[in-house]
Design a protein around this ligand. Structure first.
Ligand code: ADP
Ligand code: SF4
Length: 684
């Protein structure tokens, strides 16, 4: 039996169709609603990205949160909208691209309630009572009965527009802190009318929405409810109330899309803190309470685990957001028995951060996501190249990705690295606490490369310029990475910290190569992401007395965007790490550090035997400079820098940089210009 047939039979259950009310999902792969950083502003980008998932075999592909009315405006965060006919036309483009591959299209109708500030629409936000918005210094208007009637009309009109746009599944969305969540909340909902008090009353509006939606579009569209399997915390909606509610409403939806109450801490948590399939127990409890199909998520990338979820009756559909971003072709690869080609999500939440920053989706593992329309990139297909040889120096994420794409394009590739094992920073960083899954960035690429006769790898060889020239390749890509600075220069110190001693000053590179300082260690975090906290965890667990110093107001402030900040700070506190926020490391004399308040300038000393400086990185571009000089006379297309040696940044940037250079090699004059998705004024 060949691999294809084996996989085909073992995983067949994942490919069985499933009836959802009036529609049928062609298989069990369900892309649940997830943010894309595109929303209503980038409709072509969105349609192409969602369409690509359908092409890759996802049987259901949903939108992100889709506003029903301008009183639910989440600017500056990119939300979808169904406010008018223009939105219908734009989202119809998405539905068409999803339908073109035989998949169902779903839309998550949404009203943000008090949560949203309506920065753009300038309408008052509405809530079950007047409450502050999540971030802005504004409060909502308490809804009276006429507001409730108006809200039901808006929802109904949006459901009609969803049907008009061609959607097959329409969501009612009472969770994640938005308007319907407020009504369900025991503490937020203080109403004395028929919408407040008992669970039946607090759920009245949800019931009415479900009935309205079913009556309006239920003959043509399945109705889904996205709901928390364990409630929203006892002060809002306890687990037993959530279970009662599912029983009370079970006749109305065609599908339950189940999440859990702790969004940042668990549902959306990174692999640093939460393993694959962590919601299982709570979902299984709810599954016993409903007669309707259930979908839920768990960062599933293992087909065996997926099959187990179906066979054990925990799920009817395998929900995925991140795994479908990392590999839009995950279902097709399982179907075709190409399991080793699955590009597994590493659970880093860089995708989530891009949405949070208002930029179109990006992903550490999948450099093509978000580029389907703008650059015409396909995650599985690359154009053939002109042929010839390419030398890549550096087998980190940039070099590995470039080698893979160039190999696929038919080039003869030599990938050299001075280290004895490939992977560069990925190999080193994946050994730090909680980052083991990051090794998937290396392993996915290595597995493919090892099967490519046109790619050879030379490890343990430091190349100098003479050797590179001698190699006489048609193209050279320099992917030599970056090193952490040893002098403290970074955001806070625009010059090196004066008079640092040679001993007792370490960088993340030293730690990753095995340095384990004991005693009193001060870690200076001017980077604000994961590196300093994971080093603090490593050293504290090894017994060092760690002080974590950062210039910002909280530990690892940027990791707020990946949803990790709170768990990071909690983890440091649990390990007994002393946290000094709004503080800079001013100097170190080998026995004590001088720390300074970033606001008042007040300075004080604290004993420390070692400092670890996590400030900024210096591109390792010596080889590139030796080859091209200070100012390359011609733009050096024959010799290019890629990845961290060009621009020290996230692993996602390095992969993207390697991918782009490899995809565009020899195609620089034919490559179509990148598209810009925007509305253009005609006729002026
Ligand atoms: P990126 O993130 O850009 O891919 P990394 O730092 O992960 O960069 O990887 C760079 C790799 O380049 C490291 O594995 C390093 O050992 C290798 N390297 C650096 N200089 C040389 C050189 N002169 N010859 C061969 N390999 C090198
Ligand atoms: Fe997964 Fe990270 Fe890609 Fe998001 S960015 S899909 S978490 S690999």
């Amino acid at each position: 039996m060949d691999a294809k047939t084996t996989a085909g039979s073992r995983y067949q259950t994942l490919f069985d169709p499933l009836r959802l009310g009036p529609v049928t999902a062609p298989n069990r792969f369900y892309q649940v609603p997830h943010c894309s950083g595109m929303g209503h502003a980038l409709p072509r980008t969105l349609a192409a990205m969602r369409g690509m998932k359908a092409e890759g075999g996802w049987g259901v592909v949903c939108t992100e949160y889709c506003s029903i009315h301008p009183s639910s405006d989440d600017q500056p965060y990119p939300f979808a909208a169904l406010w008018d006919d223009g939105d219908v036309a734009n989202l119809a483009a998405m539905a068409q691209q999803v339908h073109a591959h035989g998949a169902l299209a779903g839309v998550e109708l949404w009203h943000g309630g008090s949560y949203v500030p309506n920065l753009a629409s300038r309408l008052p936000s509405i809530g079950v009572r007047s409450m502050p918005s999540r971030e802005e210094p504004v409060q909502s208007q308490r809804m009276d009965r006429s507001d409730i009637r108006a809200f039901r009309q808006w929802h109904l009109a949006a459901a009609w527009r969803a049907r008009q746009a061609g959607f097959d599944i329409v969501y009612v969305y009472p969770t994640h802190g938005y308007l319907m969540w407020e009504f369900l909340s025991r503490s937020r909902n203080d109403r004395s009318d028929e919408y407040g008090g008992s669970l039946v009353n607090r759920a009245r509006l949800l019931r009415e929405l479900l009935e309205d939606t079913r009556a309006a579009v239920g003959d043509r569209c399945a109705i889904a409810v996205r709901f928390s399997a364990d409630g929203h915390g006892d002060e809002h909606l306890s687990a037993s109330e959530a279970h009662d509610l599912i029983g009370m409403l079970d006749d109305l939806p065609d599908l339950w899309d189940l999440v859990v109450g702790d969004y940042y801490g668990e549902e959306m948590a990174t692999s640093r803190f939460v393993r694959e399939g962590s919601l299982e127990e709570r979902i299984a409890q709810v599954k016993r309470l409903t007669r309707k199909p259930v979908v839920s998520v768990g960062r599933f990338t293992s087909p065996d685990n997926m099959v187990r979820q179906l066979r054990n009756g925990i799920l009817d559909l395998i929900g995925a957001a991140r795994p479908s971003i990392a590999d839009p072709f995950l279902p097709a690869k399982i179907r075709d028995g190409r399991l080793e080609e699955i590009r597994e999500c590493i659970g880093c939440n860089v995708c989530y951060a891009s949405n949070y920053r208002g930029a179109a989706l990006r992903c550490t593992q999948n450099p093509t996501i978000g580029e389907e329309w703008r650059r015409g990139w396909h995650p599985e297909r690359v154009p053939p190249g002109k042929g010839g040889s390419v030398l890549i120096v550096g087998a980190g994420p940039a070099g590995l990705e470039a080698a893979l794409i160039l190999g696929k394009r038919g080039y003869t590739v030599t990938l050299a690295d001075s280290a004895s094992e490939p992977g560069g920073r990925v190999t080193l960083e994946s050994r730090l606490p909680g980052l083991a899954e990051w090794a998937r960035v290396r392993d996915y690429r290595l597995t493919q490369l090892r099967a490519m006769p046109q790619v050879s790898m030379y490890l343990g060889n430091r190349l100098a310029a003479a050797e590179v020239r001698e190699f006489d390749a048609d193209h050279v890509l320099i992917a030599t990475g970056a090193r952490w600075r040893r002098d403290g220069l970074g955001r806070w110190h625009s010059r090196s910290i004066a008079a640092l001693p040679a001993a007792g000053v370490l960088t993340p590179d030293d730690i990753m190569h095995g340095a384990r300082p004991a005693g009193e260690v001060t870690i200076f975090d001017d980077d604000h992401y994961y590196m300093a906290p994971v080093i603090a965890v490593l050293l504290a667990r090894a017994g060092a007395r760690v002080t974590y110093v950062t210039t910002t107001g909280s530990a690892a402030e940027w990791s707020h965007y990946t949803g990790e900040q709170e768990r990071t700070q909690a983890q440091l506190l649990e390990l007994g790490v002393e946290i000094r926020v709004s503080t800079a490391l001013e100097s170190f004399d080998g026995a004590a550090v001088t720390l300074g308040c970033v606001y008042s300038g007040r300075k004080w000393q604290q004993s420390a035997a070692t400092v670890v400086l996590v400030t900024s990185r210096e591109p390792r571009e010596e080889l590139y400079r030796e080859l091209v000089g200070e100012e390359p006379a011609v733009p050096a297309l024959k010799i290019q820098r890629i990845g961290d040696c060009r621009q020290p940044a996230l692993i996602a940037h390095a992969v993207y940089s390697g991918h782009k250079a490899a995809r565009e090699l020899d195609a620089e004059h034919q490559a179509p210009p990148a598209g810009r998705d925007r509305s253009v004024i005609h006729g002026n």
